[in-house]
Design a protein around this ligand. Structure first.
Ligand code: UD1
Ligand code: CA
Length: 501
């Protein structure tokens, strides 16, 4: 059991809007920054308050959104908004549904599903100011150079918050106000409930405005206050893909900066992308053009990059990973990977092991000190310790129907272009010759040769492949040889290729 929540009575995340400016078949709030959907960021910030209940209001593409939200936060209560539009209606629907379970009392936080840089810390500050001042409503605000489109904060002569005016309903004078409503609030549940009962759709957009609650709460004698933030990114929403990219870049800038302050060297922050779910140790070095995603972790003194993308990869202490594309893999301490290496899921490389240039691996365990240095494929295999796999080796794991395993022991040395036709095993200390095709198990210490020494079966193509282009050309060449006069002096002929005996 998780500990009992100690935070506000509820957090309500508004996410019913259509987000048409994204021009996407994917609902707006499912678009990602930093490896997590925008609504994922919103749920994370909301959850960090440890609310007693967490609700999300949906409508547009509700099934897709519900599926995504339940996967991220199974405890979140999904609430449907009806045909009546507006943020006020959305919150009304949430309060009704929450009250029906158990009447809300205390602080209710309202936030949006499309404000991905908002942190739990700032939300927490909003709640603590709200509660310590005993406010009916506390609204998070920001002062912007261009406030176009936003609701404006109306201040009374004494500086207290008198209300909010939506841009479309505002006078010229009100539009000159640069303090805007972020749409993020802390409410007292009782004050919110009674104000919501009085809001109407009598405005420029014919919507129930949540913003009307502030004026109504004040009229009812409640204290209404604002928490202005200097960090405008935290209240910024992404309405189109241009804003999504800008928020994504800022999100990344913050993560990369935090890692540098924690002791990670990032040579080029502008081309380094790190998801918020990644963890890095002190003295890790990240070289340019590197992307670290998902549950990737990098241990002390490891060097990653340049030009490397790792998703859910564990990089051990002191390892180097150069120009590599990897996922679902483990790279052992002091191991070397790359350049130009493709690690697919299930690759486990032991301490001081190596997977070199132009190698693809999948579902393979490679023991301590073993090396797969160049040009090959290792899949569905197990390789022991201190084994050297020669250039161009391939595990032929697929017979067209099923995958089979290759097991290679320790201290093995394989010749160039060895092919392991799985299922097959190679014992400890065994060797294979260049070009060997290993179809039968190799006992420990044996040298496996499958290529006979070269002999030429003269005319084989003429008899076994009669009528083919090869046979036709071979015949023509043999006929020409027959017709040519013998070289009388029997001295070597000089051709373009060199001297022919
Ligand atoms: C709203 C505020 C405005 C504020 C701005 C900040 C109101 C009336 N206005 O305006 O003062 O400056 O946010 O971004 O509240 N939503 C629903 N159901 C609805 C309508 C919206 O759940 O019926 C959700 C949306 O999905 C979105 C959020 O509420 O997450 C804000 O909706 P949006 O239409 O963007 O509000 P604005 O008109 O921009
Ligand atoms: Ca908006």
């Amino acid at each position: 059991m998780s500990p009992a929540p100690t935070g506000p009575a509820a957090v309500v995340v508004l996410a019913a809007g259509a987000g048409t400016r994204m021009k996407s078949r994917t609902p707006k709030i499912l678009h990602e920054i930093g490896g997590l959907s925008m609504v994922g960021h919103a749920l994370r910030a909301a959850r960090s308050l440890q609310p007693q209940r967490l609700a999300i209001v949906v409508r547009h593409e509700r099934d897709l959104v519900e599926g995504h939200v339940s996967a991220l936060d199974p405890e979140a209560l999904i609430i449907d908004q009806d045909d009546i539009p507006g943020t006020g209606r959305a919150v009304e629907a949430a309060i009704e549904a929450l009250d029906a379970e158990a009447e809300l009392a205390g602080t209710v936080v309202v936030t949006y599903g499309d404000v991905p840089l908002l942190t739990g810390e700032l939300l927490g500050e909003l709640v603590s100011i709200h509660e310590s001042q005993g406010n009916a409503v506390t609204v998070l605000t920001a002062v912007l150079d261009d406030a176009t489109g936003y609701g404006r904060i109306l201040r009374a002569a004494d500086g207290t918050v008198a209300g909010i005016r939506e841009h479309k309903d505002a006078s010229e004078e009100e539009r000159a106000i640069r303090e805007i409503n972020s749409g993020i609030y802390a409410f007292d549940a009782a004050a919110l409930r009674s104000a919501l009962a009085h809001i109407t759709t009598d405005n420029a957009q014919g919507e129930k405005y949540l913003t009307d609650v502030l004026g109504l709460a004040r009229d009812a004698g409640g204290r209404v206050a604002a928490l202005p933030t200097e960090d405008r990114w935290q209240v910024e929403g992404a309405n189109d893909r241009v804003q999504l990219a800008a928020l994504g870049a800022e999100h990344n800038r913050r993560i990369v900066e935090a890692w540098m302050r924690a002791g990670v060297t990032v040579v080029d922050p502008s081309t380094t992308w790190i998801d918020s779910t990644v963890t890095l140790d002190e003295d890790v070095r990240i070289l340019p053009n590197t992307q670290l995603h998902g549950s990737t972790t990098v241990a002390r003194d490891a060097v990653v990059g340049p030009d490397t993308t790792l998703t859910d990869v564990t990089v051990g202490e002191g390892a180097t990973v150069v120009r590599t594309h990897g996922s679902g893999s483990v790279i052992g301490p002091k191991a070397n990977v790359g350049p130009f290496t493709y690690l697919r899921p299930g690759t486990v490389l032991g301490e001081k092991g190596k997977i070199g240039a132009f190698y693809e691996t999948k579902n393979v365990t490679i023991g301590r000190g073993s090396k797969l240095s160049h040009l090959g494929y290792a899949g569905d295999a197990e390789i022991g310790e201190d084994t050297n796999i020669g250039c161009g080796n391939i595990t032929a794991n697929y017979d067209g129907e099923k995958k089979h395993r290759t097991v290679i022991g320790s201290g093995v040395r394989t010749g160039s272009n060895t092919v392991f036709v799985a299922p097959v095993s190679v014992g400890d200390g065994a060797y294979s010759g260049a070009g060997a095709v290993i179809r039968k198990d190799v006992p420990p210490g044996a040298l496996a040769l499958s290529l006979a020494s070269q002999r030429n079966a003269e005319g084989w193509v003429l008899t076994h492949r009669a009528g083919t282009e090869s046979a036709r050309r071979a015949q023509a060449a043999l006929d020409a040889r027959e017709a040519a006069p013998q070289n009388p002096s029997n001295t070597p002929a000089i051709t373009e290729e060199g001297i022919q005996a």
